[in-house]
Write a protein that binds this ligand. Structure first.
Ligand code: CO
Length: 212
């Protein structure tokens, strides 16, 4: 094994030993069950590690990450995570977290081609088009990209809410709030975008399922 990879295993040994020294039954009780209250949907970017940013240990956050924290209604991966989190784990909060300086968002804003991922980033181009006027009034390119990072979060929060998974949970009377946050790479701080949705009447009527 290369030295750098070996180092990771050694880091792990030390980490596990430290936690066990402090809380001897930490791993055995976690192994028995997980009861996280939060589902985090974030960017795959290495600089935005879910648990560390919010200071939570293993067992507290269920996590789904992809390029540019996109929630697509035909993405089986994201939907499966969402279904398990809502229906089995019964999380109380879904938090969509974007970040400023997101490479995926910036690529979506450009006319460059980047391969297969162009098809994934298309979802963000759609967000751009919906807010084209506002975005193109922002002259500074970094500021414009950062605003698109925020708008992308807003739309992905809505996409989570539009799923039958979340709507069914609300119909059952399950308490579930969906939040939109954005993280600053340069200061390590989270900002709440104040777009929390916790009941279906906050959504456009066409997206509200009332049953057959
Ligand atoms: Co990103």
């Amino acid at each position: 094994m290369p030295e750098t990879i070996k180092q990771l295993i050694e880091n792990n040994r030390r980490w596990a030993a430290e936690i066990s020294a402090e809380t001897p039954d930490f791993f055995t009780s976690l192994a028995a069950q997980q009861t996280p209250e939060y589902l985090w949907i974030g960017c795959a970017d290495s600089r935005v590690p879910a648990n560390e940013i919010v200071g939570l240990p293993p067992g507290e956050v269920f996590v789904h990450r992809n390029v540019a924290n996109v929630v697509v209604h035909s993405d089986l991966n994201c939907l499966s995570v969402l279904q398990y989190a809502v229906e089995v784990l019964k999380v109380r909060h879904v938090i969509v977290t974007g970040h400023y300086g997101c490479g995926g968002v910036r690529a979506a804003m450009s006319s460059g081609q980047f391969g297969l991922i162009d098809n994934w980033l298309r979802h963000i181009k759609d967000v751009y088009l919906l807010h084209q006027q506002e975005l193109e009034r922002i002259e500074d390119e970094d500021a414009r990209a950062d605003r698109l990072c925020e708008l992308n979060v807003v739309h992905q929060v809505r996409n989570v809410c539009y799923t039958s998974i979340v709507q069914d949970a609300w119909k059952r009377g399950q308490k579930l709030a969906v939040h939109g946050w954005i993280y600053g790479l340069s200061d390590g701080l989270l900002k709440d975008l104040d777009v929390t949705v916790s009941q279906p009447d906050q959504l456009p009527a066409v997206y509200q399922y009332l049953g057959s």
